[in-house]
Ligand binder design. Structure first.
Ligand code: C2E
Ligand code: MG
Ligand code: MG
Ligand code: MG
Length: 293
């Protein structure tokens, strides 16, 4: 029907946009009161040595656990918060909680492995993120080696001087930079000239090897991993779910992995129990040896 009447087509989009805006308008006050009520927390998803599954660190992933609605995934609210700027408040809250957790682990004499935090493009453009994080590091008296910064590749797309300057400032302050979702955008190759990345996190879509384009898919991951090796940047494969994916990446020489195959994101207390068992954790020497500095 829409094809026959272009004007109908336009009308239809308007309506769906209006519906979307309405849903967003309803969600925002809920998000605000949820923040005030402390309904946001983070889970930790371990990062592992691909071959052995031993843990080298984790990523903090925000979780909204609403008493009424239950579990709401970040995909449902992060893009909205990025659009209207509220992401800043949420991220600062999460980063503070992450630093506080590291402090507690140190105080409790636990195994302390680095936690990476997600820094959104919207944070970089509207706050002095480096100053804020340096402030938290000082407040909790922890080392920058425990906090790693994930910046998604797509943040580098436009012009990028703000992002590049921020990246340099993070590096100068002693933080490691992980390029998140690497390969998901179009900036991948060129950006690596300018960015002093410590780790590339390969986008999950590289692992989506459907039988029809399997050969091409494998060639592409091979090329990306070769390039990472040439540049001497370690790679973490994101979203490993199956034995086949693991075997392929092992053959291709990918050293690190994060995915449901190993562990799902989990509450902090579960993660603590996991790393309390030294058998699950990578040898300190391996961690130090394989991390560029
Ligand atoms: P991301 O940073 O790329 O995080 C990886 C996402 O992949 C997480 O989704 C994780 O749960 C999921 N994942 C991990 N392993 C697997 C797997 O084997 N299979 C599948 N299908 N998924 C896997 P999550 O937690 O829903 O977060 C989605 C995105 O939301 C994140 O992508 C990140 O961009 C954003 N995000 C999450 N937490 C924060 C935060 O605190 N601040 C900001 N600004 N963004 C965040
Ligand atoms: Mg991430
Ligand atoms: Mg990612
Ligand atoms: Mg992402």
């Amino acid at each position: 029907i829409a094809k026959q009447r272009p004007d109908k087509d336009i009308f239809w989009y308007d309506e769906s946009m209006a519906r979307e805006q309405e849903a967003e308008a309803k969600l925002m006050p809920e998000i605000c009161s949820a923040m005030d009520n402390g309904e946001f927390t983070f889970y930790l998803q371990p990062k592992c040595i691909l071959q052995t599954g031993k843990i080298i660190g984790s990523e903090a992933l925000v979780r909204w656990i609403s008493p009424e609605k239950g579990f709401i995934s970040p995909g449902q609210f992060i893009p909205l918060l990025e659009k209207n700027g509220f992401i800043n408040k949420l991220d600062v809250y999460i980063w503070d909680k992450v630093c506080q957790t590291i402090r507690r682990w140190l105080d409790e004499g636990r195994t302390v492995l680095p936690i990476s935090i997600n820094v959104s493009r919207a944070d970089i453009y509207s706050m002095d993120v480096v100053r804020i994080l340096k402030g938290m590091i000082e407040k909790y008296n922890i080392s920058t080696e425990y906090i790693e910064i994930e910046i998604t590749e797509s943040a580098y797309v436009e012009n990028g001087s703000v992002i590049k300057d921020t990246e340099k400032a993070f590096k100068n302050a002693g933080f490691k930079i992980l390029i998140d979702d690497f390969g998901s955008g179009y900036s991948s190759l060129n950006m690596l000239k300018d960015i002093d990345a410590d780790v590339l996190k390969l986008d999950m879509k590289f692992l989506d090897l459907n039988p029809e384009n399997n050969d091409k898919g494998v060639s592409i991951i091979t090329a990306v991993l070769d390039m990472a090796r040439q540049l001497d940047i370690p790679a973490i494969a994101e979203g490993i779910e199956t034995d086949e994916q693991l075997k392929l990446l092992e053959i291709l020489g990918c050293e690190y992995a994060q995915g449901y195959y190993y562990y799902r994101p989990m509450p902090i207390s579960d993660y603590e129990k996991l790393v309390d068992d030294k058998d699950n954790v990578a040898d300190k020497l391996i961690i130090l040896k394989t991390r560029k500095n």
